[in-house]
Design a protein around this ligand. Structure first.
Ligand code: PHE
Length: 451
């Protein structure tokens, strides 16, 4: 068995974990949800949940990883034999997400290439995205480039691959995001959008706001799929657990906030205050935003910068997904990192072809309006993740007891400042919230309660 990799220090760990957390979810999903669910109200609910619910789940997962020194399957089993199955469940989630996430990563490269070569005007055309995604060769090629790069980083391992890439990409990402956000706010008419985005209004508060914010939080912090367990297993024992988690959380939330600051006021101004333009979901980034860039001075440059940052965000998340799968196979079957990387790469390419072509030649495969990509997204995010998180809470809250996590967080004599909060949230608040998320997403899928 190869020696287990390690992040060299706390910053390396925090940046890599933040790299996993900060992804398409922050830049594309967060702004559109915030816009749809009441702007400032959503923002406030999200922040409250992040420091309670998100914090507790994340510290629990990282502690499980560091304590056992194993990835999900082994880690759950090591804590309690009866929970071995949850480990398998956690392992399946990244296997489903990784291929389709890479398909979207491929789209991002396509847009980057388009803006970089001055094609912003073409990208602003309504049919541009649809025509591209419905193609065969082009989406496949871009998907392949994205996934091949990801595999290359994972091939080099924790310290020389993941940590190095995160240390370069994450700071650049922060600078670019701030730059774009400031630029976006200078547009005429952006002020009203800004107010909508940051000012909470009680009248906008609904149950759905909470459900949507909770689902987003989960996805955004890469929880409930074994990723943080795996990364925790690479964390040095002497690094402070609680403050690392707080830093990852702040990083993730700040980038999401800034992405909203970039997108919401700009789209608001562009559409003349029409909120419907913001509620467009997937097409917001690939259809509406190119129009906004096209209407700006230096649109091609801004578009290029924007898609570079999206690409960095997507890559570091995809790396964490692939690393989790590779680490599961190496732990379980004793494969070397290189062998596992190669095999996972080949399988992921094979699986990814399906969602990649699901908008074109394979578009006859669908459930209702859901394409293959939507189906994979729904099964993993809305069904499997809440189930996995629920069992994690039960395991920590009632079987091994919160003390196991508390001991891990205080092993070097540190103080665990949010200890009481952690215990209440992991035992009671999270399980209740998770059951609500699960029920609401099933009802949503059946069309009974639409989010
Ligand atoms: N957390 C990532 C984001 O915000 C998404 C992600 C989901 C990453 C699942 C890895 C695994 O986009």
């Amino acid at each position: 068995m190869e020696k287990r990799g390690n992040f060299s220090n706390k910053i390396g760990f925090v940046l890599a974990a933040a790299g996993s957390a900060v992804g398409l979810g922050n830049i594309w999903r967060f702004p559109y949800l915030a816009a749809k669910y009441g702007g400032g109200t959503f923002l406030l609910v999200y922040l409250i949940l992040a420091v309670t619910f998100g914090f507790s789940l994340m510290i629990a997962e990282i502690a499980i990883g560091r304590k056992t020194g194993l990835s999900a399957i082994g880690a759950f089993k090591a804590l309690d034999k009866r929970f071995g199955a949850v480990g398998y469940l956690a392992a399946i989630i990244p296997i489903i997400i990784f291929p389709y996430y890479s398909v979207i990563g491929g789209w991002v490269i396509k847009y980057l290439v388009t803006f970089c070569s001055g094609g912003g005007m073409a990208a602003a055309n309504d049919n541009y995205f649809g025509t591209f995604a419905a193609g065969t060769a082009e989406p496949l090629i871009y998907f392949f480039i994205f996934i091949a790069f990801t595999a290359l980083v994972v091939w080099f391992g924790v310290e020389k691959g993941i940590e190095k890439v995160s240390k370069v990409m994450m700071p650049i990402l922060v600078v670019l995001t701030i730059f774009i956000a400031i630029y976006g706010l200078t547009i005429d008419g952006a002020k009203d959008g800004l107010i909508y985005y940051i000012k909470p209004r009680l009248s906008d508060f609904t149950f759905k706001t909470v459900i949507a914010a909770m689902g987003q939080l989960f996805y955004s912090m890469s929880l409930a799929m074994g990723i943080m367990i795996t990364y925790g297993s690479y964390m040095k024992k002497e690094n402070n657990l609680e403050s690392s988690v707080r830093q990852i959380e702040i990083f993730d939330t700040a980038i999401a906030f800034l992405a909203g600051l970039t997108i919401i006021p700009a789209v608001f101004a562009f559409s003349g205050g029409d909120k419907a333009a913001l509620g467009k979901g997937p097409s917001l980034m690939f259809v509406t935003l190119p129009k906004v860039f096209d209407s700006m001075p230096f649109g091609n440059v801004i578009g290029t910068v924007f898609f570079v940052l999206v690409l960095f965000a997507a890559l570091t998340s995809a790396i964490s997904l692939m690393e989790t799968i590779v680490s599961i196979f190496s732990d379980k079957l004793g494969w070397s990192r290189h062998k596992a990387t190669l095999i996972v790469f080949i399988c992921a390419v094979a699986i990814g072809v399906l969602p990649c072509l699901g908008f074109g030649v394979l578009d006859f495969i669908h459930i209702g309006a859901m394409t293959i990509l939507d189906i994979m997204d729904f099964v993993s995010n809305s069904i499997l993740m809440p189930i996995c998180a629920l069992f994690t809470c039960i395991l920590i809250g009632f079987v091994v007891k919160p003390k196991a996590v508390i001991d891990e967080a205080t092993r070097n004599g540190e103080k665990f400042k949010s200890r009481n909060l952690f215990v209440v949230v992991i035992k009671w608040v999270s399980p209740i919230c998770l059951v609500l998320i699960l029920i609401s997403s099933i009802l949503d899928a059946l069309g009974i309660f639409t989010i």
